[in-house]
Design a protein around this ligand. Structure first.
Ligand SMILES: *Cc1c(COP(=O)(O)O)cnc(C)c1O
Length: 414
């Protein structure tokens, strides 16, 4: 629904653009229930809404696929946090990607960064082609973009930071080039969340999220969202949202909206924890390299300082452990607080091996060219206590790298 429609604007009591992030997170789209005064919105499970005369709904809702109160409140909140006029929610991050790609005419061309999310890569290479949309991947989009643009190029797709190597793209630079050719820029902002980065402020046309990750933040909802400022995009994408019907349930919208209210607290805490862990890893003799945009040694630290709130690094990092894939696997099995699992952005810390798990579908040569070596470990840092997480990482490193050497040594003597 039209989040910017003045008839459904949040009343002055609640949020407005003059308010800061935490205030907006708590209040945007969270009006008291006008009938009961309930401070927390009820979950509106009704699939259909009564009409007083033919074609005259009593309120603004008709049928839940087209719009419903919980989805609309959630969309308002995300729009406020992403500095967007409009937001549309979808059944998953992947459904969001699919709808954005579906909005392109057959014959369109897309330029994407190489190390996009695995599911996005799969959609681009195996689904978009079926309706005549071609995607070119670029490992260094900032340098190559002008050469890759064709007359039929309609979209640039960026993920910054990228997954799992946490490399950054200068959004303003890409948007400036793209806009000279009338091309839209999409930024997948899942890894940082709107608290740390607002791509529309840097010239992007559409920002997308897997809400499943930081926005919901509690690893119990699968959902996606797109936010943007153009009324034409609203018309087109809202039409597809309804026509395709890949929409989230009212209950999931309610849960994700609840999660979003603490996003700023969680993002700050996980950044603090990740920074502590990145520093500890950098100082460890068992680690080959650390990828974390919060470190002053990160290759694109200036981009982080320009695009991220206070240069924050976020809660995601990856590192190469000494001892190859075997050591990396031992590390993942030796942590006690970090759970070995895919996904990210929840309150709990997770660890995974991209080469064997999230990125296993990409051929090894291609993977390694993008920096995804067999010894690369990715961690999603949660909001537990920093000292406990740091100690857990250090003990797991000892087990992964030192313990086998001692064991081998002892066996050698025997
Ligand atoms: C998880 C993820 C997606 C896909 O989202 P789903 O909600 O799992 O469909 C897209 N982009 C990024 C960066 C992700 O991490």
């Amino acid at each position: 629904m039209a989040v910017g429609d003045p008839s459904i604007e949040t009343p002055p009591r609640a949020s407005s653009p003059v308010h800061k992030f935490g205030t907006l997170a708590v209040h945007a789209g969270s009006d008291h229930d006008p009938v009961t005064g309930a401070v927390i919105e009820p979950i509106s499970l009704s699939t259909t809404f009564a009409q007083s005369a033919v074609g005259k709904p009593i309120g603004q809702f008709e049928y839940t696929r087209s719009s419903n109160p919980n989805r609309e409140n959630f969309e308002k909140a995300v729009a406020a946090l992403e500095h967007a006029k409009y937001a549309l929610a979808f059944a998953s991050g992947s459904a969001t990607t699919a709808v954005v790609l579906q909005s392109l005419a057959a014959g369109s061309h897309v330029v994407s960064i190489s190390d996009v999310y695995g599911g996005t890569h799969r959609y681009f290479t195996q689904v978009a082609s079926a309706h005549g949309v071609k995607v070119t991947f670029s490992p260094s989009i900032e340098i190559e973009l002008d050469e890759l643009i064709r007359p039929e190029t309609k979209l640039i797709w960026i993920e910054t930071p990228s997954n799992p190597t946490l490399s950054l793209v200068d959004i303003r630079k890409i948007a400036t080039s793209a806009h000279q050719h009338g091309i839209h820029v999409v930024v997948d902002n899942t890894f940082l969340s709107p608290y740390i980065q607002n791509p529309l402020d840097h010239g992007a046309d559409i920002v997308v999220h897997s809400v499943t990750k930081y926005i919901n933040g509690h690893s119990d909802v699968l959902m996606g969202v797109a936010a943007f400022n153009s009324p034409q995009l609203l018309k087109h994408l809202a039409f597809l949202q309804n026509a395709i019907g890949a929409v989230p349930s009212a209950f999931d919208c309610w849960l994700a909206h609840r999660g979003l209210k603490t996003l700023h607290l969680r993002a700050r805490e996980s950044t603090k924890n990740a920074t502590g862990i990145a520093n500890a890893l950098s100082a460890s003799p068992h680690v080959i390299a650390v990828n974390y945009p919060g470190l002053s040694t990160h290759a694109q630290r200036e981009v982080a300082l320009k695009q991220h709130r206070d240069g924050m690094g976020g809660g995601m990092l990856s590192f190469r452990v000494r001892g190859g894939q075997a050591a990396a696997e031992r590390f993942c099995q030796s942590t006690k607080l970090f759970t070995l699992a895919e996904s990210l952005g929840g309150v709990e810390s997770l660890v995974e091996l991209p080469g064997r798990m999230t990125h296993a579908g990409i051929p090894k040569e291609q993977r390694e060219a993008a920096g995804v070596f067999d010894d690369l470990v990715r961690i999603s840092v949660g909001i537990e206590d920093e000292a406990d997480l740091r100690a857990d990482v250090l003990q797991a490193l000892e087990k992964a790298v030192i313990a086998p050497k001692i064991a081998n040594g002892v066996n050698g003597l025997a």
